[in-house]
Structure formats: C-alpha cells, structure tokens
Ligand binder design. Structure first.
Ligand SMILES: NC(=O)c1ccc[n+]([C@@H]2O[C@H](COP(=O)([O-])OP(=O)(O)OC[C@H]3O[C@@H](n4cnc5c(N)ncnc54)[C@H](O)[C@@H]3O)[C@@H](O)[C@H]2O)c1
Length: 248
C-alpha cells in the first residue's frame, strides 16, 4: 500500500528545490499532486515529468486571486484537497539588516508568511468535515538565526508560530498542521542565503551542521511524506527539524 494512496495534495514552489522533491515523492506514494509555482514553465515541466497524477499551475502565493484559483483548479482536476504544503519561499540576500529595503522586506513577508494565511482561507473550508493536513516549510533560520538574514529569519519564526496556533485551532476539525525546519539545503536558494557562493563560505555553513552535510530535497520530502501520511495521525503542531543536528 502506498503511503498517500487516494490523497490529493497541493505543493507550492514545487517547480524547484525542496518543493519539487516533495511533489515527486508524494506522487510516487500514490497522491494526486498540484504542482504550483510562480514560474509557470517550471511548474508545467515538473508536472509533465511526474506524469498523469500531476498538474502544473502558475500562481503567485502572495496574491489571493492566484491562491484561490490554484485551489479551485486542483479540486476541479482531482475532486478534493487533502494536503497543502506551503513550501514556496524567498529570501533577501545575506547582508546587514539595515541594507534591506522596505519593498524587499514586504515581499519576503508576503511570500513566506501571508501565503499561509491565504491558503488557509482557501483550503480550510474544503477540509472541514473531511479532515486534512497542512505542512508549512519553516527553517532552522527561525530557531537558530544566523546574522545577515534577520528579516528572512523572522518570517520563519512567524511560520512556526502560525503552525502551532493553526494546529490548536483546527484540531477539533481533524485538520493537522505541522512545520518542517530544514537546515541549509542544496537548492538554487542556497547561494542567496550564503551571500556569496565560495568554497570557504560553504565550509563555514557546513561546519555548523553536526552530520556534516547540507540537506537535500529528498531529506525534506521524506519528512513531509511522514507528516502528510496517516502514520502521523496523532502528530500536530510540531516544528520538525530536518537539520543534521544544527539546532542542538
Ligand atoms: N534551501 C535552503 O537552504 C532552505 C533551508 C531552510 C528552509 N528553506 C525553505 O524551503 C522552501 C523552498 O526553498 P528552496 O530552497 O527549495 O528554494 P528554490 O528557490 O529552489 O524553490 C522555491 C520555489 O518557489 C517558487 N516561488 C518563489 N516565489 C513564489 C511565489 N510568490 N509564488 C509561488 N512560487 C514561488 C520559485 O519559483 C521556486 O520554484 C522555502 O520556503 C525556503 O525558505 C530553504
């Protein structure tokens, strides 16, 4: 028996990195998957690669109209919605906090934080009565902040608190809400986190991870798979560190 047989999932930011790994893994385990990304070509390419159990949808997760349309199209294609993974995220480049301009601050909060509110508004009413799972991708950045990423770190702190608060409020409706806190991962976003992508800088980041390597999309997908599956039916409100020991 596949672990997500019969489930319908929507994964944001699934055209690349962690989200792509999550979408591929969910489909492998029997889910129907809506691959949502602001980069339409990437969303369509990912869905095509996955095959007939996936659809690719263009949406900016910070815009209510886009979020509502993505949820509507998912239900139109697959009949329901069981799992939402709020994975899409961006950061300002690693630099002193006072150098980040207001429009960039607003954009990082809109994509990383407001999107969770918008998807809750769109998807929770569909889950009421049937139950569901919402997984928010936070970060070790929200638990053990590094300098140079102050406003990004703060968005992830908000993601973790939203997760716990949503979990207690939605528990009576059998909707579980969990977060993942990945450590620095091998994705296109990594160089922006580091500020500059040099072997020395990579080593510096790596040295802070006891298991001695960056996370991979498959590491994050494996954790998301567990939380999304019925094996985790008694688990809600956790912020699961997938971090090789970074936060100890
Ligand atoms: N890579 C890391 O080191 C790391 C560590 C901890 C947490 N995270 C978090 O993991 C998540 C995924 O990051 P990643 O490293 O896979 O990055 P990535 O850049 O590889 O993928 C992010 C995807 O999100 C999409 N996206 C960006 N803005 C969007 C928007 N407004 N609407 C819809 N899609 C949008 C991008 O097009 C891209 O395909 C993010 O929330 C990030 O903060 C990453």
């Amino acid at each position: 028996m596949k672990r997500l047989e019969g489930k319908v999932a929507l994964v944001t930011g699934a055209g690349s990195g962690f989200g792509l790994g999550i979408a591929e893994t969910f489909a492998r385990e029997g889910a129907k998957v809506a691959v949502v990304d602001i980069n339409e070509a990437a969303a369509k390419a990912a869905a095509e690669k996955i095959g007939s159990s996936a659809i690719g949808l263009a949406a900016d997760v910070s815009k209510a109209a886009d979020v509502n349309a993505a949820v509507e199209k998912t239900v139109a294609a697959f009949g329901k919605l069981d799992i939402v993974v709020n994975n899409a995220g961006i950061t300002h480049r690693n630099r002193p906090m006072l150098e980040v301009e207001e429009d960039e601050f607003d954009r990082v909060f809109a994509v990383n934080v407001k999107s969770i509110y918008l998807f809750a508004k769109a998807a929770v009413p569909l889950m009421q009565g049937q139950g569901g799972v919402i997984i928010n991708v936070g970060s070790t950045a929200g638990l053990r902040p590094r300098p140079g990423l102050t406003w990004y770190n703060s968005t992830k702190g908000a993601v973790h608190t939203m997760t716990k608060s949503m979990a207690v409020e939605l528990a009576p409706q059998k909707i579980r809400v969990c977060a993942l806190a990945p450590v620095a991962g091998e994705t296109p976003l990594l160089s922006t986190f580091m500020g500059e992508d040099t072997p020395e800088r990579r080593q510096l980041f790596m040295n802070s991870i006891p298991l001695g390597r960056f996370s991979t999309p498959q590491d994050i997908a494996n954790a998301a798979l567990y939380l999304a599956s019925d094996e985790a039916s008694m688990i809600t409100g956790v912020v699961l560190e997938v971090d090789g020991g970074r936060c100890i």
